[in-house]
Design a binder for this molecule. Sequence first.
Ligand code: CLF
Ligand code: SF4
Length: 520
Amino acid sequence: MHASTQHETSEAAVADKLAEAMQAKAEHQGCGTSGGSGKASCGSSAGQGDLPTEIWEKVKNHPCYSEEAHHHYARMHVAVAPACNIQCNYCNRKYDCANESRPGVVSEKLTPQQAAKKVLAVASTIPQMTVLGIAGPGDPLANPEKTFQTFELINRTAPDIKLCLSTNGLALPDHVDTIAGFNVDHVTITINMVDPEVGAKIYPWVFWKHKRYTGYEAAKLLTDRQMLGLEMLTERGILCKVNSVMIPGINDKHLVEVNRAVKSRGAFLHNIMPLISAPEHGTVFGLNGQRGPTAQELKALQDSCEGEMNMMRHCRQCRADAVGLLGEDRSAEFTTDKIMAMEVNYDLDSRKAYQALVEEERVAKVAAKQEEMEALAGEQSDIKLLVAVATKGSGLINEHFGHAKEFQVWELSTGGAKFVGHRRVDLYCQGGYGEEDSLETIIRAINDCHAVFVAKIGGCPKADLVKAGIEPVDGFAHEFIEKSAITWFKEYLNKVKTGEIEHAERGDAEIRQGALINAA
Ligand code: CLF
Ligand code: SF4
């Protein structure tokens, strides 16, 4: 499908859904939308798990802080913060901050006023956009005036939108009170080390109070400020996520210690991201051949930290002007030229009505999963395997194999289906034809999976997938992912039990490193 056709289709779908939602709202008595805070009051507890209610209220519509929410709710970034106060060896300052973006991406910089207009434009077009983040293209707290002016404008004009901030932490302790004053509930700090000896291999310098520090001294200053900032935020009840870039041979083993240190200071979520490094990014690590981790190395580290605290596995390392669900990129629809020419109709009631529908979808998804889990209850098996899923969101298997720009990866066991990551791939279907080269890279990207669930797939890629030992599954098109995966897994276990198939472990998979310009 051409990009424009796809866009028109999704806009039509939003319009239809919105019309339905408004109708439902008119008929529905119990879904109040009143309340001074302007936040939707018709939330469900789908996905709450054992989270305390006050925390759940903060994370339930935040696509980064709740894995379950990321299938349904979108975020946007505004690129108002160009300057940075440190240097990371995985960053080239020609591009966006690599602590919350993939290397090699350049965002369109905005003034706070342009940013506010853009937020209203996106909020009117994408009613499931619930979070505004400032994540670069440099460090938001190295640009405090622009960052806080933007927050002030958004608080005034779009009070239902949650504010989110991502920082390297150097300037954080100086701004904690201001952050709390703007009701920012979510702050991310990128913490790659708690040992300055390790830090000296990652950060050549930091710039603080008009002075440049280098080596051990720079890393010591940075880690002390990061820990202090984290403590100050958690004392104030602000939810903190810690991002860490996994750099094999430099901090991979050390990140377990980082995990313990941030957990003990009250961090809510730890997001261990792979280093993405290639010579064309022009970074120190890219040029000196520093490799990123494989998919299995990343997953093993995330698994080993999981007993300690919540691990984020659905991060897309998105750009400083990202718009849309995680994994989709609609930033091209909202360039400065386009938003300045747009008529903005920010309507809180229709946003809430749409979100009420989303909540119904979430409840239905959880109920379907529950039914299937009951069917799995008597099963005894040590088998644990991965499957890949092509999805456009909403927790559904609703993407064609050839149109998928990424595959979600789910781990299946008798304990159920668990989201464990995603793999970005090159489009297989380009201009109506399948690309053999991209099929090979797709197979390498999901090589650790036993099956791939898709809404539709052609004969050629099907045959090649089977040859590679990956079962293409298209019998659950437009059904819920978790329920379908559990149903398939139950059948798989039966086949193993009856001897129809033999279970075998799969090999490792690749995390895509190159061709990042224009990536979401
Ligand atoms: Fe943006 Fe970050 Fe807020 Fe999310 S992103 S500032 S917490 S709203 Fe999310 Fe993007 Fe990963 Fe960041 S997927 S890079 S974790
Ligand atoms: Fe680059 Fe971000 Fe590091 Fe600054 S904090 S050097 S922008 S990766």
